[in-house]
Design a protein. Structure first.
Length: 128
C-alpha cells in the first residue's frame, strides 16, 4: 500500500519501517543534526523534525536550525535520496535556512550507511 507523502498515515508507516529497520549505523555527522523543517505545498505547511537522520511529524523546541522548502524538493531530497538537489536548491535560494548551518553542511557531505539506504528505499516504495 502507498501513502500520500507527509500525510499522518505516511508518518505512521515510516515510524513502523524505522522500528523494523534495527540498527541503522547512522554516521556521527548525521546524529549531530536536529532540524525543524517546514514543507510548503498548495495544501499548506507541514512541520517535520529531523534528528539522527530520521523524520518525525511536528517541530521540536530547541532545534537550532530550521529549513523551509517545497514539497517537491522535500520529496527529491528525503524520498528519492537526491542530496545534490538539496545543495543546488540551497545555493539557488530555493530553500530557506536559518540558525546553525555548520552541522547541516557537515551532514550533507556524509554518505548514508547501507541500512539507511535500504530504509530510504522502503520509504520510497510506500510513498505516493
Amino acid at each position: 500500500m502507498r501513502y500520500t507523502f507527509l500525510s499522518p498515515e505516511w508518518f505512521a508507516k515510516v515510524d513502523e519501517l524505522i522500528a523494523q529497520a534495527g540498527d541503522l549505523q547512522i554516521p556521527t555527522e548525521m546524529k549531530a543534526v536536529e532540524v525543524n523543517i517546514t514543507v510548503t505545498s498548495p495544501k499548506g505547511e507541514v512541520p517535520v523534525f529531523l534528528k539522527d537522520g530520521l523524520f518525525s511529524q511536528g517541530h521540536r523546541a530547541g532545534a537550532v536550525t530550521s529549513l523551509t522548502l517545497t514539497e517537491e524538493l522535500a520529496r527529491k531530497i528525503f524520498v528519492d535520496a537526491d542530496t545534490a538537489a538539496g545543495v543546488q536548491a540551497f545555493l539557488a535560494g530555493e530553500m530557506k535556512a536559518e540558525g546553525d548551518l555548520a552541522k547541516l553542511v557537515a551532514m550533507s557531505t556524509v554518505e548514508p550507511s547501507e541500512p539507511q539506504k535500504q530504509l530510504t528505499s522502503r520509504i520510497a516504495a510506500i510513498t505516493a
